[in-house]
Design a protein around this ligand. Structure first.
Ligand SMILES: Cc1cc2nc3c(=O)[nH]c(=O)nc-3n(C[C@H](O)[C@H](O)[C@H](O)COP(=O)(O)OP(=O)(O)OC[C@H]3O[C@@H](n4cnc5c(N)ncnc54)[C@H](O)[C@@H]3O)c2cc1C
Length: 360
């Protein structure tokens, strides 16, 4: 009997758990280790902040999914892995042995690139923290979001939309960024910046120098007051891999072959945003890979068990991405194409609800 351990309940692992209900290798025993009983869909966080979704509508119930999949659920955060002994340790003191292990634990927020940021920034990852954090954040007098990412704008616009609906005072929400938005080209970035400002998002293009008790200080000497601060800039790697003998890339993400296997150990897989594929360092952690890698992971775990050749995953260059723009409007991008309006939000809503329904 082979024990297959899935660490973290990102999209690819949800896919495997769902597949287990349809087909099952007779000699396998599956275990999911997750730091929460629920997996929250971060794509729905903007809709949650705005008050469109209830918390139950944004999450997958892992206890029920594991029950249907005949997998064991162990609640805990993995602290360390010993790939030679083939064991992992959780923060609850649980020691789990494995024959094959896969990591789908997402990324963290980078909080140490600016003085004072780590003491003041709200921690919204892991995702299970987001409902309680966002409840507080949206009520703040002047929340400030830092980051060169679409997610930052999405969160800013959704807080703005919530405030317009629920608070009498003129809303004051600020987005600060210092580089062009990583996922979008320059033309698309300009379009996003233009409609976001029309909606009332305070838009500051400047580099943050430091963070004080209640002010953000920028390199061009602006002092921006904040009640709450969120950093949604460059993602950082979970610490777990760096402190293990497994090879990591220069940023600390688990380094894998295109087969999604660790370059150090063939029985360790890494998927989603916690890993980096050696041949595709620029695209392997793009959004959308977590979902697309699920079928490859499922197949390759079975090929490894059966001694067959494993299949390589090649990340796509373009992903369809829809940003929630507040007021049930969406901004869709695919490569250089972009469009903005109501149907774009409806499409995003359809995809997200379908994803949650599939696993609940
Ligand atoms: C606010 C926000 C909005 C976003 N909106 C979008 C969007 O609209 N579209 C889009 O494509 N992407 C969006 N993203 C990005 C998206 O969330 C990530 O790209 C995606 O979640 C990565 O998925 P994943 O499968 O790698 O893992 P995740 O979805 O991050 O899941 C990993 C899971 O593992 C758990 N975990 C972490 N560490 C451990 C540990 N040590 N032990 C056990 N369990 C652990 C985590 O709690 C989490 O449940 C958004 C992100 C944020 C923060």
């Amino acid at each position: 009997m082979k024990t297959v351990v899935l660490v973290g309940s990102g999209y690819s692992h949800l896919y495997c758990l769902n597949q287990l209900q349809k087909e099952r290798h007779p000699d396998t025993n599956w275990v999911l280790i997750s730091n929460s009983k629920y997996q929250y869909n971060s794509d729905m966080s903007a809709g949650y902040i705005e008050g469109i979704y209830a918390v139950e509508e944004c999450r997958v119930d892992l206890e029920q999914l594991c029950q249907r999949s005949k997998a064991s659920l162990v609640e805990g955060t993995i602290l360390s892995i010993d790939p030679h002994q083939q064991v992992i340790l959780t923060d609850q003191g649980h020691i789990q042995s494995y024959d094959i292990i896969s990591f789908n634990i997402g990324s963290k927020n980078t909080l140490d690139f600016v003085d004072g940021l780590k003491y003041k920034s709200e921690v919204i990852k892991p995702h299970h923290l987001f409902p309680e954090k966002f409840d507080v954040l949206r009520e703040g007098e002047n929340p400030v979001i830092i980051g060169d990412s679409i997610e930052g704008i999405e969160i800013g616009l959704s807080i703005l939309a919530w405030k317009k609906k629920h608070q009498k005072a003129e809303p004051n929400v600020t987005f600060i960024h210092s580089a062009s938005l990583e996922e979008a080209g320059s033309k698309t970035s300009r379009k996003i910046s233009s409609f976001a400002q029309k909606k009332g998002l305070q838009w500051i293009f400047s580099k943050v120098r430091s963070v004080g008790e209640t002010f953000v200080y920028t390199e061009d000497d602006q002092e921006i007051p904040f009640s709450h601060l969120i950093d949604l800039g460059e993602p950082s790697a979970p610490k777990l891999f760096k402190s293990s003998p497994l090879k990591v890339d220069d940023k600390g993400f688990l380094l894998t072959h295109p087969t999604l296997q660790s370059v150090s150990k063939e029985n360790v897989f890494g998927v989603g945003s916690c890993s980096s594929i050696m041949k595709h360092p620029d695209t392997s952690r793009n959004e959308g890979n977590g979902v697309k890698q699920g079928p490859f992971l499922w197949e390759n775990i079975h090929h490894l068990i059966e001694g067959k050749t494993l299949t390589s995953y090649k990340p796509g260059i373009h992903n369809l991405s829809i940003m929630s723009a507040g007021d049930k409007e969406g901004f869709l991008t695919y490569g250089k194409y972009s469009s903005y309006g109501k149907w774009q939000w409806k499409l995003k809503n359809f995809f997200n609800r379908r994803l949650i329904a599939k696993y609940n």
